[in-house]
Design a protein around this ligand. Structure first.
Ligand code: SF4
Ligand code: SF4
Length: 370
């Protein structure tokens, strides 16, 4: 991990916190910090990814601005986290593109892919774009099965490979001081902590988005978004099995697994992303980093567009608008896949890895200063 202005600021802040320790019970960052006396850049990257950005420590801090110490952990960690996303992204240097121009890059990619799909349809048979299609295989009469599978499969595999390489780089760099096997108990604990957002604010009390009052709003909205995304992914996976292994091509009836999972997931994703955008707009700006806001809005916008276009496509799938809607939805989904490894989405990967390290350390009860 590179030494930067943010690693220097994080080190200065964390050394103050390690002397103060008032926030010891707030989240996993503080118990992890107290296990050490000196902090490498890699330790700081690990702490930054353990932080859930609840802002509780900022509200509680007697050394927060305007105090001369200027302790602002949520802001410092948000900027350092972004540097870790850039640092470990594969191919090297690609993380910067999304961070600086995330919204424009994603929307341009979605528009370009949708345009290519519409051009393919128009070249094959212009009339097919505006003719209602119904019955088994309706989608493939618009976008051929081979084209859809090749585009979606390539984008999905690329996203998985890029995120896996990023995760391995992060793990190798930040967990180099761990030795011995990873136990099932530590794995289960890390999974539980990640799935429940256990450390979202003062040992689970919630976030301090507006002021010093705890609120569970952000946790609930994040759950709606994250589990909505997983339900949509489950819907696509079930549809793939139906199509490729059971020879039952889409579209499926309303009371089928793909449609029900996709509908519940799409609604959760829509409500969760709109709510999280709203929280970002109304939140207290003092502990927020403006530098990382663009990339965060870009991911939320892409997820929202994916959910809304999916629901609209479902509602209008038997109308003449289906062709254009399908191209637009596929364009957004493919752009989303391509953007995932360089967007804030990777926080789910790095935070899970950081939570696993925290669980291992807790299990081994590493002595102070070791
Ligand atoms: S955030 Fe402030 S109050 Fe909390 S441990 Fe650090 S210095 Fe102390
Ligand atoms: S999770 Fe919350 S309490 Fe912990 S460091 Fe981050 S902002 Fe502070």
């Amino acid at each position: 991990m590179r030494a930067t202005e943010n690693t220097a600021e994080a080190r200065r802040t964390i050394e103050i916190c390690n002397a103060c320790r008032y926030c010891e019970t707030y989240c996993a960052v503080f118990p992890a910090m107290t296990l050490q006396r000196a902090f490498t850049d890699e330790d700081l990257g690990y702490f930054a990814n353990l932080c859930h950005n609840c802002k509780g420590c900022y509200q509680a801090c007697q050394y927060a601005p305007p105090h001369e110490f200027g302790v602002n952990l949520p802001q410092t960690f948000a900027e350092l986290r972004n540097e870790t996303y850039e640092e470990y992204a594969w191919p090297n240097g690609s993380g910067r593109l999304f961070e600086r121009n995330g919204t424009i890059v994603s929307l341009a990619a979605a528009a370009a892919i949708a345009f290519v799909l519409i051009a393919i349809m128009a070249l094959r048979s212009p009339g097919i774009l505006y003719a209602p299609q119904t019955g088994p295989g309706a989608f493939y009469r618009i976008v051929p099965w081979g084209v859809m599978t090749a585009f979606a499969g390539a984008a999905f595999i690329y996203a998985i490979v890029a995120m896996a390489i990023g995760a391995m780089r992060f793990w190798k760099d930040t967990q180099s001081d761990l030795s011995g096997p990873i136990t099932l108990k530590a794995l289960a604990r890390a999974l539980h902590d990640a799935a429940t957002l256990r450390y979202l604010g003062n040992d689970g009390k919630g976030c301090n988005d507006l002021d010093d009052q705890y609120s569970q709003t952000r946790r609930r909205l994040h759950h709606l978004m994250a589990y909505g995304f997983l339900l949509c992914f489950a819907a696509t996976s079930v549809a793939t099995v139906y199509d490729h292994f059971l020879n039952w091509p889409a579209p499926y009836p309303v009371l089928s697994w793909p449609v029900m999972l996709g509908t519940f997931g799409g609604v959760g994703l829509t409500v969760g992303t709109i709510g999280l955008i709203w929280v970002k707009i109304v939140t207290d700006p003092a502990p927020v980093s403006r530098k990382v806001a663009g990339g965060e809005y870009a991911l939320l916008t892409l997820l929202l567009l994916a959910a809304v276009t999916g629901l609209v496509l479902l509602a209008a799938r038997e109308t003449a608008a289906m062709g254009i809607l399908l191209a637009v939805h596929l364009g957004i989904i493919l752009a989303l896949f391509l953007a995932l490894p360089y967007s804030k989405f990777v926080h789910s990967v790095y935070r899970s890895a950081a939570l696993l390290k925290a669980a291992i350390e807790r299990e081994r009860n590493k002595p102070l200063g070791e």
